[in-house]
Design a protein around this ligand. Structure first.
Ligand SMILES: [Zn+2]
Length: 157
């Protein structure tokens, strides 16, 4: 894996529907952290660690197409949930580059994934209902809300 590190490559997406093993193959580091954005800057706004063709690990700065559970566990001893909590990502944030997110979204739409999801957690799990929708607001959401507010004030779109 590390032999591929630093290999400059643009994202070439396969012209087929991804199989279960593709995520691991896409989890390779594709380029070192550019100097323009330091880890401190990315940690202050974790959304910036997600770009069209890469996502940066906010622990070590490596760039990936997909930040895998394997990387987080092996190199940083944490789960994806712990990673999202530590760096302030929304819980539902997919840890992958923008292009892959789009690919998965298009694929999900194509096979009608939403229609196949029958279970609604809020109905199936009474303990969720008791919490009354209470949840912690992640840094990511705070930043996005602030930007939306400021955009509204200045009238800039
Ligand atoms: Zn890392």
């Amino acid at each position: 894996m590390s032999a591929l590190k630093g290999r400059a490559s643009s994202l070439t997406l396969p012209g087929r529907i991804l199989g279960p093993d593709d995520g691991a193959n896409l989890g390779i580091a594709i380029r070192p952290l550019p100097r323009r954005s330091s880890l401190a800057v990315l940690r202050a706004d974790p959304r910036q660690a997600v770009e069209h063709d890469l996502i940066r690990c906010l622990v070590c700065g490596s760039a990936f197409r997909q930040l895998t559970n394997t990387h987080l566990r092996r190199h940083h001893g944490m789960t994806a949930d712990e990673y999202k909590r530590q760096f302030g990502y929304n819980r539902g944030r997919p840890l992958m580059c923008g292009a892959l997110q789009r690919l998965y979204t298009e694929r999900a739409v194509k096979i009608g994934l939403a229609a196949r999801i029958r279970q609604r957690p809020i109905l199936a799990r009474p303990e969720l209902r008791r919490r009354g929708g209470a949840r912690t607001i992640a840094l990511e959401e705070i930043l996005t809300r602030r930007e939306v507010r400021e955009r509204g004030r200045t009238g800039v779109l």
